[in-house]
Design a protein around this ligand. Structure first.
Ligand code: SAH
Ligand code: SF4
Ligand code: F3S
Length: 510
């Protein structure tokens, strides 16, 4: 771990927090996290550690105390929450779902768009009353927002109800940070601007018993001009194949039915390792493990190689679904975004994938209203959507992120125009989603039953291999099992069906 990049500050032990001039109080000890430092990509080797332990002095830190974590953002954050929950439990804390009942509250935040951040600031504000009622409760902010200088400064200035801020690179330091927060009785800020080493054996308290996240790499080096992730998550670091494979084997042994391999740009997996081993090789090895479903996300079209397509086409436990964010269908916009592919090369890739996997489901992410995007450029995106015929998409209005190149670009597109483009695109997305589902009417599909549906406790819900949501009535024994369901009705984003059978796992791939 790089000591220089480690920013640690804690206010001296005082009985009370100062009411005013808080940042001045920190002047000699406080250094904000730096987006500039976060951008530096050193050549120094990443060290791998498997010797994480909870020091004895922390082991009963949580005795009689409860923790609550609220997670915002992507799967990576959800998985980090599972790690932090694991650490809390190793410290003898117990989980609670009731924020009012918690002794420690963590907000695991997301910085991807401004509205994601606003939600978090709203929530920190809401927690002010709790702190007044229960002054001993600890409130922490972690995750991607903590890696931003402006956020840390804003919290220091305006949210003195926060007791600790730590970032994405040092969650393994949670025991020490907690202890410091208890002792200091004042805000503890520990944010490392640059990533540290890969720590392998952190405890995990997984939320599900059927589906599990498996990190295969950390960080992103793509620096798409709009995106904050390379700053908040550091440089690309792949986990060792044997560590990933042994984690997947362990999950299979414990009865998990589905895993999702996670990375910001999983196609770059292995490029930073000394061995010649890429995502295709990893997937081929995971194909041999007896776990019914393997998903992966997110793919970047730039690194999608033939070896990977070949392995995916073999199928087996790898689901026939690829999430392949395109962001825009116009070459000039793609260039300004720094995506490093063109509309034509994206379409070629789609063709190549479909030639080997005719049945594949493709979904995507799209940003509308990029700085100076013209109506024609937007229409190219609409046109590409139809050409590919995506089954679904996540769509966003461009949101400027401080420190990224796009945030400095002048923008002549009015917000009402951006909203209008989003609406038109969403109509198209809805149309394709609805039509895709209509094709399932009367068919039998295999579903991983996850539990009661959102709307009705009596109805169960699950997903098909292509990630289509389906609701059906079935006995509780179906939960956590692969089941066969006949589709009886289709809506815009989900389907209803009738249970045909609860399947014996043997011989069922997905
Ligand atoms: N690593 C993934 C994406 C992670 S972020 C990839 O490269 O595809 C998920 C999605 O959020 C992105 O695909 C993009 O569509 C959107 N997004 C990222 N930054 C954004 C911004 N500044 N404004 C609007 N949408 C953004
Ligand atoms: Fe962001 Fe681009 Fe990296 Fe995805 S590939 S996380 S959009 S910089
Ligand atoms: Fe958000 Fe960080 Fe994920 S910015 S999308 S939580 S990597």
């Amino acid at each position: 771990m790089n000591e220089e990049s480690r920013i640690l500050s804690s206010q001296a032990k005082t009985e009370k927090k100062p009411e005013k001039d808080y940042s001045k109080y920190f002047e000699h000890v406080y250094q904000p996290p730096s987006l500039k430092d976060a951008k530096k990509r050193g050549k120094e080797a990443v060290n791998y550690h498997s010797d994480f332990t909870i020091e004895e002095k922390y082991q009963s830190l949580g005795k009689g105390r409860k923790y609550y974590i609220r997670t915002y953002g992507c799967q990576m954050n959800e998985h980090d929450t599972e790690v932090m929950a694991g650490i809390f439990e190793a410290l003898d804390y117990t989980a609670t779902n009731d924020v009012n009942d918690a002794d420690v509250i963590l907000l695991n935040t997301c910085a991807i768009r401004e509205n994601a951040e606003n939600k978090v600031f709203g929530e920190i504000g809401n927690l002010k009353h709790l702190k007044l009622e229960k002054p001993d409760v600890l409130i922490g902010v972690c995750g991607c927002m903590s890696q931003e200088e402006s956020v840390v400064n804003k919290i220091l200035k305006s949210y003195q109800n926060v007791d600790m801020i730590f970032g994405t690179h040092n969650i393994h330091r949670l025991p020490a940070i907690l202890e410091e927060a208890y002792m200091a009785k004042a805000m503890v800020v520990e944010v490392w601007s640059k990533e540290g080493d890969v720590i392998e054996n952190l405890p995990k308290s997984r939320l599900g018993e059927t589906k599990a996240w498996v990190n295969i790499m950390y960080g992103c080096d793509k620096f798409c001009t709009y995106c904050i992730v390379p700053f908040t998550r550091g440089k690309e670091r792949s986990r060792m194949p044997e560590e990933i494979i042994s984690e997947v084997r362990d999950l299979a042994r414990r009865g998990y039915k589905e895993i999702t391999l996670l990375g910001q740009n999983v196609n770059a997996y292995g490029k930073d390792l000394d061995i010649s081993y890429g995502l295709g090789d990893l997937m081929a090895d995971i194909q041999k493990i007896d776990i019914p479903r393997v998903r992966f996300m997110t793919s970047h079209p730039w690194d999608f190689d033939n070896r990977l397509i070949e392995v995916l086409a073999e199928g087996g436990n790898i689901v026939p679904h690829i999430h392949l964010p395109v962001q825009s269908g116009n070459n000039e916009v793609l260039k300004i975004m720094g995506r490093k592919y063109t509309r034509e090369s994206y379409l070629e890739l789609v063709e190549k994938i479909r030639a080997q996997m005719p049945d594949v489901a493709l979904t995507t992410d799209i940003i509308v209203g990029y700085p100076n995007e013209t109506e024609e450029q937007f229409l190219d995106t609409m046109d590409l959507y139809e050409k590919v015929g995506f089954e679904h998409a996540y769509t966003y209005i461009y949101s400027p992120r401080e420190g990224t190149p796009a945030a400095k670009m002048k923008d002549n597109v009015p917000m009402r125009e951006k909203k209008d483009r989003l609406q038109r695109l969403n109509k198209l997305v809805e149309k394709y989603s609805e039509e895709t589902l209509q094709n399932y009417l009367g068919q039998e599909v295999i579903v991983l039953c996850e539990g009661p549906s959102k709307k009705d406790e009596e109805v169960l819900a699950g997903y098909t291999d292509k990630n289509k949501l389906i609701n059906f009535r079935a006995p509780k024994e179906a939960i956590g099992q692969l089941v066969k369901v006949k589709v009886t009705e289709t809506m815009r984003y989900s389907m209803n069906g009738e249970l045909i059978a609860i399947l014996d796992q043997v011989g069922v791939t997905h």
